[in-house]
Design a protein around this ligand. Structure first.
Ligand code: PMT
Length: 430
């Protein structure tokens, strides 16, 4: 199967999920030890990041003789860790915290000396200490002279590591930097990155980029007053967590709410509908699925004021004890997303107080959506600001009710349903 959609397909705008983001949300601690192959670590960081990984680098003193921490810091976008007994580094992220941070410790290149120390449980530098303290899996990519690789002691160490279930990536055979020919070359970075991705199970939405809007928007009247609504953001934040847990790379565009950012989710804070519109359209290049949970203000104040409006205002806004505001329509974010080319799979929510399904069906057509989640907000036990919800999911030729449950559970059910329809649309598009 080609992994780009065919030109004449009606769904040609949808980017297919592929192995591009096979490491989305994954945190890799990359250990670099001393050897000529250390220069390939720079490329390896880029390949791991291409697949969506967040990478933190730990270098042994010998590794720093071959490549500078600064290079690997610039490429990883994170500070490089070099010493065990450094109070400043420990204050920023201690070695135990770093060991807990990673989903995998990959040592590439792994020198014969490092493999020996690892096999025998040494903890005499930062990298070996991390390997001892880690709860996550470890993997090694050996790189050394072919005679060292073949030596009895190295092979015994390798056997010890393999007996512990530590995956061994390579080494490859071929011409070596020293002129010898034989096994001992580190595998190429692209192959290492894909072997690393292969250690993690594929999930329902692995490789998929999801943008979610959440919470209310605030439309300023003046610097101290605004128009808004009762959305707490709970439904949107629950969806962000559920999508992340299904393997998606999630961008959460949130209006003003009092919720902590879910782990491994990229959050963009906005205030007004116009801000949310700009952020949503700006995220579209990296969006395969767009979910509009936000309760966006349909209208904003036409001439919001820069100074607080006084009760005795004489500009005509306040007259005879009445304040008059002219409201103008805000842009419709989800409709703009759905009419965009390329178009992501677009899911709206419909907050209604009566004739819920009927109004929701009208919105699907009017806004050009692939799916809509109808929410009865006349009930106080569900919808706005509650911890529970009950919804009916509607798509052009079907619908499914999701009964009363926590927003976390509703979000998981929604993510499964959305993923199924999104993947079906893909299949049809190919
Ligand atoms: O945040 P919580 O307290 O957890 O509450 C959750 C919720 C009730 C807010 C949520 O479940 C919900 O129903 N969200 C949609 C609220 C809404 O604004 O519905 P609507 O029928 O007015 O809008 C329809 C769709 O168009 C929505 O997807 C909305 O995000 C979108 N829209 C609306 C107006 C606008 N200018 N731009 C938009 O994108």
């Amino acid at each position: 199967m080609p992994d780009t959609p065919q030109q004449d397909s009606p769904q040609q705008n949808i980017a297919p999920p592929d192995s591009r983001l096979a490491l989305a949300n994954r945190r890799i601690v990359l250990g670099v030890t001393g050897g000529i192959a250390a220069y390939k670590s720079a490329e390896l960081i880029r390949r791991l990041k291409d697949l969506g990984a967040d990478v933190r680098v730990v270098m042994t003193p010998a590794a720093q003789e071959f490549i500078t921490p600064l290079t690997l810091q610039a490429l990883s976008g994170n500070p490089v860790h070099t010493t065990l007994l450094d109070t400043e580094a420990e204050a920023a992220m201690g070695h135990i915290e770093l060991a807990r941070w990673g989903d995998l410790i990959l040592v590439a290149p792994a020198s014969a000396d490092f493999l020996a120390r690892m096999a025998h449980g040494h903890g005499n530098d930062l990298l070996t200490t991390l390997c001892l303290a880690a709860r996550c899996p470890l993997a090694v990519a050996p790189a050394m002279n072919q005679a060292m690789w073949a030596s009895r002691s190295n092979q015994d160490n390798i056997a010890l590591l393999q007996a512990r279930g530590i995956p061994l990536f390579g080494p490859a055979a071929g011409e070596q930097a020293c002129g010898d020919v034989g096994p001992g070359r580190m595998l190429e970075p692209t192959e290492l990155a894909h072997l690393t991705a292969g250690l993690f199970p594929r999930q329902l939405l692995t490789g998929t980029r999801i943008t979610i809007t959440a919470g209310p928007t605030r439309e300023a009247i003046d610097p101290v007053r605004y128009i808004s609504n009762h959305s707490s953001g709970k439904m949107g934040f629950a969806l962000a967590e559920a999508a992340r847990d299904a393997g998606a790379q999630v961008t959460l565009i949130s209006g003003p709410v009092h919720l902590p950012t879910p782990d491994r989710v990229q959050r963009i804070d906005v205030v007004s509908a116009q801000d949310m519109y700009d952020a949503s359209l700006g995220a579209l290049k990296q969006t395969d699925i767009f979910i509009a949970t936000a309760a966006v203000a349909d209208f904003r104040v036409e001439n919001s004021r820069n100074q607080k409006i006084k009760k005795q205002d004489n500009s005509g806004t306040i007259q005879d004890g009445r304040m008059t505001l002219t409201l103008v329509e805000n842009p419709d974010i989800v409709a703009a997303v759905a009419s965009h080319s390329p178009k992501p799979f677009t899911v709206g929510f419909a907050a209604e107080t009566q004739d819920v399904e009927n109004y929701a069906r009208q919105k699907i057509a009017r806004k050009g959506l692939d799916m809509i989640v109808a929410n009865d907000v006349s009930r106080s036990d569900i919808g706005f600001n509650s911890d529970q919800n009950a919804v009916t999911v509607i798509w052009p030729d079907g619908q499914q009710a999701i009964d009363l449950a926590s927003k976390a559970q509703i979000a998981r059910d929604l993510v499964t349903l959305i993923a199924t329809h999104y993947q079906q649309q893909h299949k049809n598009a190919r």
